[in-house]
Write a protein that binds this ligand. Sequence first.
Ligand SMILES: [Zn+2]
Length: 211
Amino acid sequence: MFSDTGSSGPQSRNTMVMKDMFDYEIIYSSRKTLALQITAEGRVIVRAPVECPRSVIKSFVQQKERWVKTHLARLQERTENTSANPPISEKNRARYISIARDIFTRKTEYYARIMGVSYGRIAIREQKTRWGSCSSKGNLNFNWRLILAPEQVLDYVVVHELAHRREMNHSKAFYAIIENVLPDYRKARRWLKENGHTLWEQLNYSSLNNA
Ligand SMILES: [Zn+2]
């Protein structure tokens, strides 16, 4: 899945174009940390310290794969629609839902193992008032719009729903379970409260109603 087809050759001494699950450029500089950026034209750029090994850059990019794909899909959507607030097409909606199913399946597997909880089926939904839910049987629903949110927010929603496998409430004990896995969960929760609505504004529908 993560193939190394090599580079198409250095463009300059400090820049390199990689071909992996998507093309990206590496720009080396005297910085200390790795950063990933997508330009308005859809170029994916990794900024890396000069001595940073290629393998470290690769695993960094791999971790950001979903984020990048989601954002590239959004850019695509925007270029296909020139109006300021373009309606989402059925085709692109299906694409987002498929990305969301993939992300939430993987994240749920990952966190369920850490938390030692089981779960039933995973469904991807679109409910304006709900980011996720967990039934008494352990079936999980996630809102696909979350893929437009920062990664930590997705993690929080997954861990939140899985924590309901232990506590079917929002008690202190419930949040203690979350905190144990995600010590910084409050930031993500605040992000959702303050910015959650923007996930609806970013992509809207002209003819589609909420599913
Ligand atoms: Zn809850």
